[in-house]
Design a protein around this ligand. Structure first.
Ligand SMILES: NC(=O)c1ccc[n+]([C@@H]2O[C@H](COP(=O)([O-])OP(=O)(O)OC[C@H]3O[C@@H](n4cnc5c(N)ncnc54)[C@H](OP(=O)(O)O)[C@@H]3O)[C@@H](O)[C@H]2O)c1
Length: 320
């Protein structure tokens, strides 16, 4: 590889989106077990710039200037030493979620652990694939790993109109659960369209009629909504939050907070669902990589939608 520099969006220090700079950066080095991916599309999650791991390594050492955006879809261009067990090859179309303590995918190239990536089926394009890893893995792990949701059970999904929420609604519906989605008034059509049986508008509809009847509450809002949810839990049920550790345990169930983890098998199943039309990705909001600062600022200012940074230099060369 003759390339020594690349374009990347970097945070010079922990801060707000206004401080993000698109600039030349050093081409990444593949550590043991890594591959280098040429990024075709990348995605980020609200709040990413507030997370401590965005700016430090696993020992807590500062690694600024830091590149954000945890989700990547692209093509493998280099294999580091020890990547054979991950079965990846140069030229593979891959997607996945990058460890939070490493540089992310708001760049032309990124080093990722091979085991954190999955092969991308030909039916799924890079923009769809970049929308999937963190949102899809979070939804999957909340419902099935931490929440143990099964067919015929009732689940309440708070924030169901968002990126994680719309996938969670579809995954829960697809296994035959009864899905009650909540959110703002404007989310009603998207949540019912994704397969929820019922929509509750959190600005007006009461939650109390559900007291003691819900097998799983999946919360991604926190605050008052999380606090009001523990009484909804049926005996033996679970309250799972990705927003904050629940302060109140359900009287006859359990409460869990977790942080999403990479998982190749789950990614593969999510991509299979998209390829088969069982999971429909919400239409993303696209920005070229060169406009990363605007993308992060727009998200900080509350613009809804899943934001994708696209590497237009690669896309204009005919990538799919
Ligand atoms: N722990 C983890 O591992 C993990 C993983 C992924 C995501 N997260 C976090 O989970 C959250 C959801 O992620 P996402 O990507 O799905 O974000 P998103 O696309 O912004 O979705 C969040 C949804 O919740 C709605 N919402 C937020 N506050 C609300 C309120 N008070 N009342 C009604 N609706 C409300 C939002 O509406 P508005 O847009 O109108 O506010 C939006 O529809 C984010 O905070 C993210 O940082 C955590």
């Amino acid at each position: 590889m003759t390339c020594t520099t690349m374009t990347a969006a970097r945070m010079p220090k922990a801060g707000r989106a206004a401080e993000l700079v698109v600039e030349p950066a050093t081409y990444p080095r593949a550590a043991v077990g890594d591959v280098i991916v040429q990024v075709h599309a990348a995605a980020f999650t609200p709040g990413e710039l507030d997370w401590e791991p965005t700016y430090v390594d696993r020992t807590g050492r500062d690694r600024t200037p830091a590149i954000p955006a945890r989700d990547v879809s692209g093509v493998v261009v280099e294999l580091g030493f020890g990547t054979n067990p991950s079965d990846l090859r140069v030229g593979d179309r891959v997607f996945g979620m990058i460890d939070r303590y490493r540089d992310g995918a708001a760049a032309e190239y990124v080093a990722v652990e091979g085991r954190d990536l999955a092969l991308l089926p030909p039916e799924v394009d890079h923009v769809q694939a970049a929308s999937l890893p963190m949102s899809g893995l979070t939804a999957w792990q909340a419902l099935f790993v931490h929440g143990g949701l099964g067919a015929g059970q009732r689940v309440v999904i708070h924030g169901a109109g968002g990126a994680v929420g719309q996938l969670a609604v579809q995954l829960a519906r697809n296994i035959g659960a009864e899905v009650i989605g909540t959110g703002r008034t404007r989310d009603r059509d998207a949540v019912l369209g994704a397969g929820a049986t019922t929509f509750l508008d959190l600005t007006g509809d009461p939650l109390e009629p559900l007291d003691g009847t819900v097998d799983l509450v999946f919360d991604m809002i926190g605050g008052d909504i999380l606090a009001r949810s523990s009484t909804l839990i049926a005996p033996g049920g679970t309250l799972v939050s990705i927003a904050a550790p629940p302060a109140v345990q359900p009287p006859t169930g359990r409460a869990v907070y977790f942080i999403v983890e990479p998982n190749r098998a789950q990614l593969t199943e999510l991509a299979r669902g998209v390829a088969a039309g069982e999971l429909v990705m919400p239409t993303p909001v696209l920005y070229p990589l060169t406009e990363a600062q605007k993308a992060f600022s727009d998200k900080e200012n509350g613009v809804p939608g899943k934001f994708i940074l696209r590497n237009d230099d690669v896309v204009s060369n005919g990538s799919r």
